[in-house]
Ligand binder design. Structure first.
Ligand code: G6P
Length: 608
């Protein structure tokens, strides 16, 4: 949510700022801006409403050779998307970019009588506050930043430059990520390491409560209380091809099609098919601790929450004497929920930065409960704050809608559940079928994607005219329905909702008419016949049904049928979810919308 970049070195700063912002555009994309400062202490500020491409057009007549600058791509919180509200914001000789929210900005603004506000943003309040300390010349820039931040309530990742000293950038963070890239005669900053890929492999991840003075050949970090921090330089593992479209028209399709490979990465070194076992190193729980687990809390938002719901259905199938509660982070953080003894919390997040999920992690930790991260982005805040974790290793996800992370999250959590089951002495005969299917899943995913892509595309063309959809499933197919509906609504703006089949008669059946279509997930199994009866009820009321099933003999007269050809029995809902992903993609492309950057959304939601 919002992206920050910065550069100080020997090259033209504008080049990195623009290319870095393009990489971060998925985090926020309603306006953007950059400022560079020349050796003659002159600032060039360029801002534009809209995409980075709009900013680039303005840059054609404003090329500068300045060697220092900062930039920002915005996802509006305070104030509409407009040029005036776009960052960087200015006060006196200072320019600042900000991610996060200043919660006490109203009170702070009242104290800043000397500043003429030009925007509706909370960020301008912060830069004016910093300037109120800086302008008298009593404080160094870094100290003025520290004085201001001590008065701030809220979250921030900031970068500040002054026209008075065009050789340094001051950065600070609390709740919004900031990464410092260590280069050769240059130092770069970004709110996400992906902007640094191709420039440097060496990164320092700033922690909350830290502030840094960045020059081309030096990085000095301290806490807000002036304690020096010795920086740990880590390696950025992502390579350039992982963040490019690689021949696909859109990142969303690329990421859907990547799933056979991304899941292989999730499984690498963790599955022992011969012995029907899984091995996870990351959680760091002893056998005794694993044996003692009686309750699992699974926390996430959006797709991560759905992954948790699906994993819970599986884990309870093979883990005895354990209760599982899957919760939405934005709700759970404010609940007065009792957490039973012997609980472990799984903190699920693709980005590892989602504000509500992070807040839950901190609340849960306060209660002394062990936290295990199921995180994709390496080095992210959640990954660093959990007690232990299992990286899902799905690779970078650029498209705002989460796809490959879901598949990997579900399986990573199932493997964690199996680790508990193994410690609790669950018989190998019970676990073996799960291990066998997990091992086969990447190939099965490949087949389902290849075998259905064209058909789903064709069907999607038919349904693009509908504004309303209902997704239906039961048991493990219910979270699948929820995730399918989310995918469709977030990218194609179709009003899509999911219900458990059994709930149909309790209300949603009243909706069935010509404006709606119903997607029914029908995996073979214990509840198959019951789900079929529910589909009959929809058909009897004139519903337009798309059936997704692995029953080769399915012959109900529905509008469209997608038959999944698979040997799997347990993880069929994961295969069905691929159909939902493709369907959402193709409906959106058919409607002509921006599939990678849906309106109003952002990839990484770092504000509450
Ligand atoms: C945003 C994204 C979703 C994602 C959710 C949780 O809303 O657009 O795709 O599922 O955040 O994100 P996380 O990074 O915590 O998994």
């Amino acid at each position: 949510m919002c992206g920050i970049v910065g550069y100080v070195g020997e090259k033209r700063a504008q080049d990195f700022l623009v290319s870095g912002l393009k990489r971060l555009e998925y985090r926020g994309y309603d306006s953007a801006g950059i400022v560079t400062v020349s050796e003659k202490n002159e600032a060039t500020l360029i801002r534009a409403k809209g995409k980075i491409s709009d900013l680039e057009r303005k840059l054609i007549d404003n090329r500068r050779d300045d060697k220092i600058g900062i930039g920002h791509t915005r996802w509006a919180t305070h104030g509409e998307p407009s040029e005036a509200n776009a960052h960087p914001h200015q006060a006196g000789s200072l320019y600042m970019v900000h991610n996060g929210i200043i919660e006490n900005c109203k009170e702070l603004k009242k104290t800043l009588k000397g500043h003429q506000f030009k925007s509706d943003t909370d960020s301008e309040v912060l830069v004016a506050l910093i300037d109120s300390f800086y302008k008298d010349g009593e404080y160094l820039l870094v100290d003025a930043v520290v004085q201001a931040l001590k008065l701030v309530q809220g979250t921030y990742g900031i970068a500040v430059v002054s026209t008075k000293n065009p050789d340094e950038i001051v950065v600070a963070r609390s709740g919004s990520p900031l990464v410092i890239g260590v280069g050769q005669d240059e130092t770069l900053i970004a709110s996400d390491a992906s902007a640094l890929v191709g420039h440097t492999k060496r990164a320092i991840y700033l922690n909350d409560g830290e502030v840094a003075v960045i020059k081309k050949n030096s990085i000095e970090i301290k806490t807000l209380n002036a304690e020096p921090v010795s920086a740990k330089v880590e390696e950025i593992e992502t390579n350039l091809s992982a963040i490019q479209k690689g021949g696909y028209d859109h990142f969303l399709l690329k990421e859907i099609m990547e799933q056979p490979d991304s899941l292989v990465e999730t499984l690498r070194g963790r599955v022992d098919v011969d012995n029907g076992l899984v091995h996870l190193g990351g959680p760091g729980l002893s056998e005794k601790e694993l044996r003692g687990i009686q309750h699992l809390i699974i926390v996430g938002c959006g797709t991560a929450y759905h992954a948790g719901m699906l994993a819970a259905y599986y884990i309870e199938q093979f883990t005895p004497e354990i209760t599982i509660e899957t919760v939405i982070a934005s709700e759970y953080r404010y609940r007065q929920a009792y957490i039973p003894k012997n609980s472990v919390a799984l903190i699920v997040s693709q980005s590892g930065e989602t504000a509500d999920t992070l807040a839950c992690l901190r609340e849960i930790k306060k209660q002394g409960v062990k936290t295990i991260g199921i995180v994709n982005v390496i080095g992210s805040t959640i990954a660093r704050e959990v007690d232990g974790g299992t990286y899902v290793h799905a690779g970078p996800e650029i498209s705002v809608a989460s796809t490959k992370a879901f598949t990997s999250q579900v399986i990573a959590m199932v493997m964690f559940g199996m680790t508990i089951a193994q410690a609790k002495g669950v018989r190998n005969t019970i676990l073996k079928p799960y291990v066998d299917e997990i091992a086969k899943l990447p190939d099965e995913i490949k087949n389902v994607l290849a075998g259905n892509r064209e058909k789903v595309k064709e069907i999607a063309g038919k349904y693009k005219k509908y504004d309303h959809a209902i997704y239906l499933g039961r048991d493990t197919a219910y979270p699948t329905a929820m995730e399918g509906a989310l995918k469709l609504k977030e990218v194609s703006y179709t009003d899509a909702n999911a219900y458990a089949f059994g709930e149909l008669k309790h209300g949603p059946l009243a909706l069935v008419d010509d404006r709606f279509f119903e997607t029914a997930f029908l995996p073979k199994g214990m509840l198959y016949e019951k789900a079929i009866s529910n589909v009959q009820e929809v058909l009897a009321r004139g519903g337009h049904v798309i059936a997704v099933t692995n029953n080769a003999k399915f012959d109900l007269k529905v509008d469209d049928t997608i038959k999944i050809d698979t040997q799997l029995e347990i993880f069929v809902p994961i295969l069905m979810n691929l159909i939902s992903q493709l369907f959402a993609y193709y409906v959106t492309v058919a409607k002509g919308y921006n599939v990678d950057q849906p309106r109003n959304l952002a990839k990484s939601v770092t504000v509450e």
